[in-house]
Design a protein around this ligand. Structure first.
Ligand SMILES: C[S@@+](CC[C@H](N)C(=O)[O-])C[C@H]1O[C@@H](n2cnc3c(N)ncnc32)[C@H](O)[C@@H]1O
Length: 244
């Protein structure tokens, strides 16, 4: 028995390297899971319908044209609710994953004239000229970013919103204590891995509402509120001031 153990003994350093190889790159994580993605979300997101409805409800209702950028739109689960709320909205969805975007386009053929998709990373790709959007939305996607890259993204979102525009984020949320624990674990596990902090790997690092509020305020948003929260998910609404 001990001989077998000796033969397979590996150092803690090697264990760390093996773990790192298990980190999946964000660029391919959703490509390979796109086919079962919607069913997976329906089964695993608590209060699924209520959560996606709450994301859309954070946007004021109306029949006028409205421009929305949805970053990390995936297969577009939230689009159904966004169009219920704003039937004339023109929505641009941005995502890394071509298979996810292909499914989105197939689902919303009836809205083709109100829809555009962009394949690219929201941490690098232009989000549009200043004052391009009435609202920017992100759902279940920016919890892969650490503080610096997240604040930089929030600042770019702030810049491309119209004065008075809204940023709506539906995502996981944790208590201050769990945030501390998760952050310590994340930092220990990703030491020396380039790009982990900016979401290059599929690693979750959800923050507390207090941290989210700080980061959004640092990025320039003038009012930040939690419009909906249940257990581990919340909808945050950040408003860009009206006079620029
Ligand atoms: C959990 S899915 C959420 C999709 C959709 N918003 C929803 O709620 O069903 C996360 C999505 O974010 C995308 N994503 C992650 N990081 C990204 C990045 N840096 N730029 C663009 N898309 C990204 C993934 O490809 C994936 O489609």
């Amino acid at each position: 028995m001990s001989r077998i153990l000796e033969n397979i003994e590996i150092s803690s350093c090697e264990v760390m390297l093996m773990d790192r190889e298990l980190f999946e790159k964000m660029t391919s994580f959703f490509d390979v899971r796109s086919a079962g993605y919607d069913e997976h979300m329906r089964a695993n997101i608590e209060h699924f319908e209520e959560f996606y409805a709450a994301v859309a409800d954070a946007i004021p209702p109306g029949d006028e044209p409205y421009r929305i950028l949805d970053i990390g739109c995936g297969t577009g689960l939230e689009l159904r609710w966004l169009w219920q709320r704003r039937p004339k909205a023109y929505i641009v969805g941005m995502d890394l994953s071509t298979p996810m975007l292909r499914l989105l386009k197939g689902k919303y053929r009836d809205h083709a004239h109100q829809l555009e998709v962009v394949q690219g990373s929201y941490t690098e790709h232009s989000l549009g000229a200043p004052s391009s959007w009435d609202a920017v939305v992100s759902v279940m996607t920016v919890h892969h970013l650490l503080h610096g890259p997240k604040t930089a993204l929030y600042r770019r979102i702030w810049e491309c919103l119209k004065p008075g525009g809204l940023y709506v984020e539906g995502d996981y949320i944790v208590s201050v204590e769990n945030e501390r624990k998760a952050l310590a674990e994340f930092l220990a596990a990703t030491q020396g891995i380039d790009g982990a902090e900016k979401g290059l790997y599929h690693l979750d690092i959800p923050f507390s509402a207090a941290t989210q509020r700080n980061l959004l305020e640092m990025a320039g948003f003038c009012s930040v509120s939690v419009s909906w929260q249940r257990e581990s998910a919340a909808v945050l609404v950040a408003k860009k001031g009206g006079l620029y």
